[in-house]
Design a protein around this ligand. Structure first.
Ligand SMILES: [Zn+2]
Length: 420
């Protein structure tokens, strides 16, 4: 019996299975059937020549916003994934208890990929730009529990945006998030942005296994002091097993902070994008009201314009591959980087062995890449630049045995203006 598909001659990197080197990957139906140093071409109906390419498990983007056409932030997961090797997504809080049903029906079901949800503590989810926590009653733990328990197959955890963007000054939503997560036995994903509350207060609500996203943020809830030294409280929770996620986005990646943290030995567990309409087109986000970088939220910026202007030529630059370029620039070894975008997020999402690995029996989620060498300008959200020497480029994305045709990224919604 012949295999359906054979990917031959590639340089396989799969830290989840311990593969590292030239290997052939055979697929039957939607699963990995065999991995070996030499599988004859004649043993498969279709052979893909991957010589000169890296072959990895399909990537997992653990923090993105993909509730398209319903929320301010949501982008098209299928279009982006098909161009970037991403076959599994976790949406970070777009849906709340009331809107999770719609997320399943209108995003998860029609998708060619796998999509999971960190459900927002507020029942309205993150429909508009900010202030989702402003109405305390909407953080209804009982309703959340009922909905999550009917949808456990798609729920990865509970999301809370800590800081000013949520629009609540009191700590009740934090208490309710803790209670919901404990009762449901799910992790919390908390985002760090701008105080109040302070970092120590927010971290105080978390337990090992919970997730801190935006760990390389340069905003004032960041994990380093003014000199770049890791804060004692951050060191403590990082060492104790809180999961650290990059969550680059339009407001949460600083080269200065990341260089300081990696120099002290602190790397994120997971590399994710925080991809949304304001981060997909590029780093040059302009807030027309304030004339400042959109992501550079100063302490006094209470008012953000909802209409965002983005300087750029419309080409997506903030995708998972760009985040990987930045990690390579920072010196993250390639196998560690692949681990942080495959097997580690798979483990956190409860998908270990199912995806994020090429081990026989796993879903045939596969990506192939080349790494270009040259000079590539990289930019953080504060406008600071670095010169990268490597650029990761996706060649092929395979979801559950199916080679995905790259889809066009749709035009942005009316509140996003591409200028210049
Ligand atoms: Zn986010």
């Amino acid at each position: 019996m012949r295999f359906d598909l054979l990917i031959k001659g590639g340089e396989v990197i799969d830290p989840g299975a311990g593969y590292n080197g030239r290997m052939d990957i055979a697929v039957n139906h939607n699963r990995i059937a065999a991995v070996d140093s030499e599988i004859p071409a004649k043993s498969a109906f279709r052979v893909i020549d991957a010589a000169g390419q890296y072959v990895t498990p399909g990537l997992i983007d653990m923090h993105a916003h993909v509730y398209k056409d319903v929320t301010y932030w949501g982008v098209d997961a299928d279009a982006i994934g098909s161009q970037t090797g991403v076959t599994t997504w976790a949406d970070a809080g777009s849906a709340g208890a009331i809107t999770l049903g719609g997320f399943r029906e209108h995003v998860i079901v029609p998708s060619r990929m796998k999509i999971f949800a960190f459900v927002n503590i507020t029942c309205i989810g993150l429909v508009a730009q900010d202030y989702e926590l402003a109405v305390g009653e909407y953080c209804n733990v009982e309703i959340l529990k009922r909905v999550v328990n009917l949808n456990r197959d798609i729920v990865a955890g509970i999301k809370l945006r800590a800081g000013r963007s949520g629009g609540s000054m009191d700590l009740e939503p934090y208490h309710r998030t803790r209670k919901a997560a404990d009762d449901l036995e799910l992790p919390i994903m908390v985002h760090l942005s701008t105080a109040p509350p302070g970092l120590e207060t927010v971290l105080g609500f978390l337990k090992p296994g919970d997730i801190v996203t935006h760990c390389f943020t340069g905003q004032n809830m960041g994990l380093v002091d003014k000199k770049g030294k890791i804060l004692d409280i951050a060191k403590k929770v990082w060492d104790e097993g809180l999961i650290m996620d990059l969550g680059h986005g339009a407001g949460s990646f600083s080269f200065d902070v990341s260089e300081s943290l990696v120099n002290q030995g602190y790397w994120p567990d997971v590399i994710s994008t925080d991809l949304h309409w304001m981060s997909i087109f590029g780093p040059n986000l302009m807030d027309p009201l304030k004339g400042s970088a959109f992501g550079d939220l100063s302490e006094s910026s209470d008012v953000r314009s909802m209409i965002v202007q983005i300087k750029g030529d419309g080409k997506p630059v903030f995708n998972l591959l760009t985040c990987m370029d930045k990690m390579l620039f920072l010196g993250m070894p390639l196998p560690d980087l692949i681990k942080a975008t495959t097997s580690r997020p798979a483990e956190i999402l409860g998908l270990k062995g199912e995806t994020g690995t090429l081990k026989p029996g796993a879903l045939a989620d596969i990506a192939t890449f080349v790494i270009d060498k040259g000079n590539f300008e990289l930019q953080d959200i504060h406008g600071n630049k670095r010169l990268g020497k490597k650029r990761v480029r996706n060649i092929m994305t395979i979801n559950e045995g199916r080679i995905l045709k790259p889809l066009e990224i749709p035009d942005p919604p009316p509140w996003v203006e591409i200028v210049g």
